[in-house]
Design a protein around this ligand. Sequence first.
Ligand code: HEM
Ligand code: HEM
Length: 193
Amino acid sequence: MLRNSRTSYGTVAIVLHWTIALLFSGQIALGFLTQAMADRPRLQFDLYQWHKSFGFLVLALALTRLAWSLSGIRPIPLAEMPRWEAAAARAAHRLLLALTVAVPLAGWMIASTSPLHIPSFAFDLVLVPDLPLARSDAMEAFWSRTHATLAYGAGLLALVHAGAAIHHHVIRGDRTLVRMLGARADRDRRRIP
Ligand code: HEM
Ligand code: HEM
């Protein structure tokens, strides 16, 4: 099933979730690595180009996911979950969804306000135009701080989120994680009494 139902995630939501989760986590590591390469400018430049390319890909996927989730329904929380926990999970999901859009956007702001005018070629194929913003060292520094704060904040929230999913699976033994793994895993889990 492509679309979500009231009780399970559809294939599109599942594929987008795991692709974005993987790319987003990789981007945090890559962004951190670029900062550690200040003494190797050639390598640092190449890493920046990869970082920007994958960042634009995350932005496109996150916008697709946002449109997809707004156009369909969300699975309801599991019956055994207390109300406060369902509300907290929902708030965390909304925040993660927003951050997967906001973090690459803030990165795009850095490139667009930098007085260095370095063009952004996504995967050496497409020139992504800069946003029409005034360029100055102060604006570049502002967006750089904002980008780093949002990225590391999102990383922390994603860690708590992943920890909660694993807690549900291992300690509580409920369907929270398996319903994000697809119909077959979900069916297999339901068969276990
Ligand atoms: C999923 C998307 C992204 C994530 C998770 C991410 C994450 C990060 C992280 C963790 C850093 C290191 C920050 C620090 O330690 O100071 C960083 C740096 C940077 N990112 Fe991203 N980024 C993303 C997308 C983008 C995009 C789309 C662009 C530009 C088009 C971009 C441009 C930059 C630049 C220029 C820096 C270096 C900032 C500086 O010199 O202080 N990022 N990013
Ligand atoms: C190992 C890492 C991860 C695990 C195990 C995991 C697990 C899950 C599970 C089980 C759900 C469904 C929860 C429910 O139905 O109540 C979920 C939903 C969600 N997760 Fe993750 N997740 C991980 C990483 C991430 C990352 C890195 C992000 C974003 C940066 C993310 C964003 C979301 C969002 C926005 C939802 C809401 C449903 C949707 O729109 O796809 N997750 N995750």
